[in-house]
Design a protein around this ligand. Structure first.
Ligand code: PMP
Ligand code: GLN
Length: 386
């Protein structure tokens, strides 16, 4: 293939291939147990697949309405009302997206102007900063400090300027498993009060909160909800990350801007899958049981690693467990996960991937959304070397 005949000026010169792709590929090359990228290795229920087949066979295979199938939007509205006591109008305030990544990107594209400042919390999920940069936004970083990775609200307040357009939050938090409290949401409400700041609330792990705590959705707090774009993903909730279907909640004026962009970068999302998800959501137990299901996995995973020299950090939600490895090796975290993948046969994610300056706290992230056999095989390998 001849090369491009002119100098190429990258829009994202600092960006390489996402760590999830890099680590999953390495895991596959090495035949390692893949506890890196976050996805389950078990199946969703057959009944969900049957509903997709049903809707396909009964002829629902053309474009859905731009904002999503009405049945799915109605099911989402009912869930959000039940869980968070918030009323979102399916017609104007709910949009179905091709997963949360698209939702976040589209929201940033729709709402951030060049030169606007956007506050993110570091370690930060890897898609946020490139999305902001591509819009000409200026990233401001608030630190979540190990080992408990809680927000420092005075530091956040100090980052707010008249140019702050957006604050992107993520609870339960990937990669640290931290869950924000009601007090955190109240501080956020105070900091944004009287400003034009939009809160972008990434709540893809909304149903995976442990030890009886409740998920503090921005939707619960009317003062926050009126300035929030809330994102969730069916991939996490129903064990179908490959389907790439999620949704956005926002008050009408924000949603109108969101849809202006959504209609031209995605237009609409897989019709039969939306209809199947609407059917599946009718049984609320399916999402309500998720917390107990993953809490068992978390406990199993933590017990399994207790015999190793990993220092397990707190995990209050998500399906990720972070661990410090300083008692095992003195390597940078990227080298450590490479060694772990190649030599031990277990892949994990280095937390430095979530810091703009590659900060290395010698902490890695394991995904425990795996069958018990998979986790046991990982314990056996880790137990031998770590
Ligand atoms: N936000 C966070 C915090 C995530 O962990 C993920 C995916 N694991 C996403 C967004 C993207 O979700 P989706 O796969 O639906 O695009
Ligand atoms: N969000 C998933 C994780 O944190 C991965 C999604 C992706 O590969 N982009 O592992």
């Amino acid at each position: 293939m001849p090369s491009f005949p002119a100098p190429l000026v990258s829009r994202l010169p600092e960006v390489g291939t996402t760590v999830f792709t890099v680590m999953s590929r390495l895991a596959q090359e090495c035949g390692a147990i893949n506890l890196s990228q976050g996805f389950p290795d078990f199946s969703a229920e057959d009944v969900l697949f049957e509903r997709v087949a049903y809707w396909m066979r009964s002829g629902h295979n053309q474009y859905a309405p731009m904002a999503g199938m009405p049945a799915l939007r109605a099911a989402i509205a009912a869930k959000v009302q039940d869980l968070y006591g918030a009323s979102y109008d399916p017609e104007h305030e709910i949009t179905v997206t091709a997963g949360a990544t698209q939702a976040l990107f589209t929201a940033v594209a729709a709402l951030v102007h060049p030169g606007d400042e956007v506050i993110v919390f570091e370690p930060v999920y890897d898609s946020y900063v490139p999305a902001i940069t591509l819009q000409g936004g200026v990233v401001r970083r608030a630190r979540l400090a190990a080992p408990d990775y809680r927000p420092d609200w005075d530091a956040v307040q100090a980052l707010v300027t008249p140019r702050t357009r957006m604050i992107m939050i993520n609870t339960p938090h990937n990669p640290t498993g931290t869950v924000w409290s009601a007090a955190d949401l109240q501080r956020l409400a105070e900091i944004t009060r009287g400003t034009g700041i939009v809160v972008m609330a990434d709540e893809v792990y909304e149903h995976i909160v442990f030890d009886g705590a409740r998920h503090e959705s921005a939707a619960r707090y009317p003062e926050l909800a009126e300035r929030s774009v809330i994102v969730s993903s069916f991939g996490k909730t129903y064990h179908v990350t490959g389907w790439k279907v999620g949704y956005v909640l926002a008050p009408q004026a924000l949603m109108a801007e969101f849809r202006k962009v959504h209609q031209f970068n995605v237009f609409t999302v897989n019709t039969p899958v939306q209809l199947a998800l609407a059917d599946y959501m009718a049984d609320a137990g399916r999402h309500l049981r998720l917390a107990a299901f993953y809490q068992e996995k978390r406990d199993f995973f933590r017990r399994g690693l207790a015999a190793t020299r990993f220092e397990l950090l707190p995990c209050a939600g998500t399906y990720f467990q972070t661990a410090r490895y300083t008692a095992i090796a003195d390597l940078p975290d990227t080298d450590f996960v490479e060694w772990l993948t190649r030599e031990v046969g277990v892949a994990a994610i280095p937390l430095s991937a979530f810091f703009g300056d590659g900060r290395d706290e010698k902490v890695i992230r394991f995904c425990f959304a795996k069958r018990d056999e998979t986790l046991e095989a990982a314990f056996e390998r880790l137990g031998r070397f770590c």
